[in-house]
Design a protein around this ligand. Structure first.
Ligand code: C2E
Ligand code: MG
Ligand code: MG
Length: 732
């Protein structure tokens, strides 16, 4: 358990708490709207104003709080009051200060916390305004922090008002000491309404100067129509000697010196002075507060950068539409490779792009549609009254195409692609969460099938998602029990048909489902925590096999190993690869690493550095599935590659489609000009083989030369391995 944080001025701090009437630990009603706004604004289940007492904390206001441990040494807020501005804990389970905190490990299950300290005018931290979620939020932005700080100011103002009220109730100090410099307007007056004291804030809120009090009565600060009622109230109090049984309006109209009116919140106190009564009015300018609240409410619905609806607002709109009930389509749109654009072109330009995308979406939407930015580079559109999937898809495609046309941002011409997932209600979801979730699954599918795609939700996607989750649980076992294995697919020289090496391809020997190909489980593997571990195993296993074959019949054998993005993000991949080669006694040219555009785009500089080191070390680096991505060409210039693997889709089409044939020719020309070697994937026929060898493609891979197969079968087919006889050529 962590030690409580104690401040040097702890005793002052505790004394200050009593000035707010908080010693009886009652909640403060005026703080309720603040926590409600905070909870809605950030779409989080819990928000509270926490006061930090001697050994425990208590709520001055809260929403969504269940039964919690209130001891001070587990409180997050007790930490937050130690900060000057804001404390954000994106994922408490990963935070060394809190990961073993009972609020995190126990049933309250706290994951996200953001809190801003609330200070007394003397600068003593009394407590904190916080928002809490049982889910981590890695996307709490600087804007969000600023909004929480704004809300904390609102809470501090209300606390200050409370302090004044409390001290009024407790006796009459000297006015100047007590309220002279307070920002809250305070007026003392007698039973005739004559103003005895007021502070600058009170005078100025009515357009007067301090000195004007000598010729003013309280009546004159109210519009004429309210004066009679007010007189009655004061007379009645003066007669009864108390305000206890008199109903006092919480809000009244004020009259400024220039005749204009305004509304203010009103608290009235009275005390006996000798045998007469004196009164104190504490005012709160509501126009300001109303504007503040309206602005905050508005902000709670709006994305600051683009002015679009934000995530919370979007969900609420979908909910409202579906409960009416009315048909609707939800489009989830995600920019492709935006992180890369942002990192290379800078965040200012990135912001400009997001704003332009927002404009384009708004231009295409009808006024009653809702366009929202729901995450960094994620947008969502709610199309009201669309029932026809074809129309929804057409609109989605129009939006994607429109986003994709070049845009001028700050004098830079940039082009961004986007993917889109579509789901319709009622057929594909009758509740907001389900509908948006289904559109999200469709988006996931669109992104997986390449860039710039749109995809309409089909129920099978749910099954796939379930399979992903299911496999997610089983992958640990697969790794522990050795259920993964590698198949090898031959790669041959297209000129003389000789075997040059093989690509190692992962398979999962599933105890119930049989042999699974990567398409069935790779998404689950790569989306989970085991990707890098399995990646290391593949590398080691493939190198061991290559070393064995090089020693037994295929001395110049080269093994191709596919990498996944996760391998670049943990540890030092370059180091690991070099050590693996050394362990198996392999020279660098025996290994070819295959990377895809997604890996390169998702990890940018990190990947570049690692690949550069490996390239310098002498390793081959092949660009897999070349031609399917949209940035392939520009990447050729940046990345240290040695080979292009022409994607099988072009090979399949090249004999019938002139477009595919010309893509193949262009890729081969380009490879030559960049001095890169080439290998074509998916060669299934002799015609394809001949065609590519005439086009001077160096190597080939495909069912014609052999499907991916277990090592033993590979050995028999190519006459290598322990029982090999001197190798003959595969094809002349
Ligand atoms: P890839 O790297 O492009 O692998 C080539 C895929 O094309 C293999 O599919 C292979 O079986 C298939 N293929 C090869 N020749 C032909 C042909 O003539 N006709 C047709 N129709 N298909 C052919 P596979 O084994 O299902 O692998 C799919 C993808 O999964 C791979 O595409 C690769 O991206 C990924 N993958 C496979 N093994 C690994 C691995 O060990 N690690 C990682 N990170 N990814 C892997
Ligand atoms: Mg590959
Ligand atoms: Mg490939």
């Amino acid at each position: 358990m962590k030690c409580p944080i104690i401040f040097p001025n702890e005793s002052d701090r505790l004394a200050a708490l009593t000035e707010y009437g908080l010693d009886d630990e009652q909640s403060i009603r005026s703080l309720d709207p603040v926590v409600h706004i905070a909870s809605r604004m950030f779409d989080m289940p819990v928000s509270a104003v926490n006061m930090i007492g001697n050994d425990h904390v208590f709520f001055a206001a809260s929403v969504g709080v269940g039964d919690v441990n209130m001891s001070r040494d587990v409180s997050f807020c007790a930490h937050a009051i130690n900060q000057q501005h804001v404390m954000v804990v994106p994922d408490a389970s990963k935070d060394e200060r809190f990961h073993d905190n009972p609020l995190v490990t126990g049933p309250t299950n706290v994951r996200f916390y953001a809190g801003v300290p609330l200070f007394s005018p003397e600068g003593l931290a009394l407590g904190a305004l916080c928002v809490i979620d049982d889910k981590p939020h890695l996307d709490f932005t600087k804007d969000d922090e600023q909004r929480l700080i704004d809300l904390a100011k609102m809470a501090s103002d209300r606390l200050e008002l409370r302090r004044i009220e409390v001290s009024t109730e407790r006796g009459r100090p000297n006015f100047d000491i007590y309220a002279g410099s307070s920002a809250t307007p305070v007026i003392w007056f007698d039973k005739e309404g004559k103003i005895l004291e007021w502070n600058k804030a009170a005078a100025e809120s009515h357009g007067y100067s301090l000195e004007d009090k000598s010729h003013l009565t309280f009546d004159l600060l109210l519009p004429e129509r309210e004066r009679t009622d007010f007189r009655h109230l004061i007379e009645q109090a003066a007669t009864e000697g108390s305000l206890d049984h008199i109903s006092i309006p919480a809000e009244v109209s004020g009259l400024r010196k220039d005749g204009s009116e305004f509304r203010f919140g009103f608290a009235l106190f009275g005390w006996r002075d000798g045998n007469s009564m004196k009164f104190e009015a504490v005012l709160k300018d509501l126009t300001l507060q109303q504007r503040e609240e309206e602005e905050l409410r508005e902000q709670a619905n709006r994305d600051v950068l683009t002015g679009l609806a934000n995530r919370g607002r979007f969900y609420r709109c979908v909910e409202e539409t579906l409960t009416r009930p009315a048909p609707a389509a939800v489009l989830m749109i995600d920019l492709d490779g935006f992180k890369d654009v942002n990192d290379t072109l800078g965040h200012t330009l990135g912001d400009g792009i997001l704003q332009e995308v927002a404009n384009r979406l708004l231009n295409l939407a009808e006024p009653y549609d809702v366009v929202a930015r729901i995450g960094g580079d994620e947008f969502a559109v709610l199309l009201a009254d669309v029932t026809d999937p074809q129309i929804a898809m057409q609109l989605a495609n129009t939006m994607i195409n429109h986003i994709n046309t070049p845009m001028d941002v700050d004098g830079h011409v940039v082009r961004v692609a986007a993917s889109c997932g579509v789901a319709l209600s009622p057929s594909q979801g009758q509740e907001a969460l389900e509908l948006v979730g289904n559109a999200d699954l469709a988006l996931f599918k669109a992104k997986r099938s390449g860039r710039g795609r749109t995809f309409l939700f089909v129920p099978a996607l749910r099954m796939e998602a379930m399979a992903r989750r299911l496999y997610g649980l089983e992958l640990h076992r697969a790794l522990d029990e050795g259920e993964f294995l590698l198949f090898y697919q031959p790669q041959v020289n297209l000129t003389d048909g000789s075997l040059t090496g093989a690509e190692a391809l992962l398979r999962w020997h599933h105890p119930e489902r049989g042999l699974l190909v990567p398409a069935a489980f790779l998404p689950a593997l790569e989306g989970g925590p085991l990707a890098a571990t399995v990646g290391s195993w593949i590398l080691d296993e493939a190198c061991a096999q290559a070393a064995f074959w090089r020693r037994n019949g295929a001395p110049s054998f080269r093994i191709g190993v596919n990498l996944s993005g996760a391998q670049f993000r943990v540890g030092d991949l370059a180091d690991q690869v070099i050590k693996t080669l050394e362990r198996h006694g392999l020279p660098p040219e025996a290994l070819e690493l295959e990377v895809t555009e997604n890996i390169v785009l998702d990890n940018d500089d990190v990947v570049l550095g690692i690949l550069q080191r490996l390239h310098d070390y002498g390793l081959s680096i092949a660009f897999d599935d070349f031609g399917t991505g949209y940035a392939s060409l520009s990447l050729l210039k940046t990345y240290p590659l040695t080979r292009i693997k022409i994607d099988q889709s072009f090979v399949r089409g090249m004999l019938t489609s002139t477009r595919d044939a010309s893509v193949i020719r262009a890729i081969l020309d380009m490879a030559r000009s960049f001095d890169l070697e080439t290998i074509a994937e998916g060669i299934e026929t002799e015609e394809a083989h001949n065609y590519l060898s005439n086009e001077l493609c160096d190597e080939g891979q495909g069912y014609l030369f052999g499907k991916p197969m277990p090592a033993r079968q590979f050995e028999l087919l190519f006459n290598i391995g322990a029982s090999s006889t001197p190798r003959k050529k595969l094809r002349a």
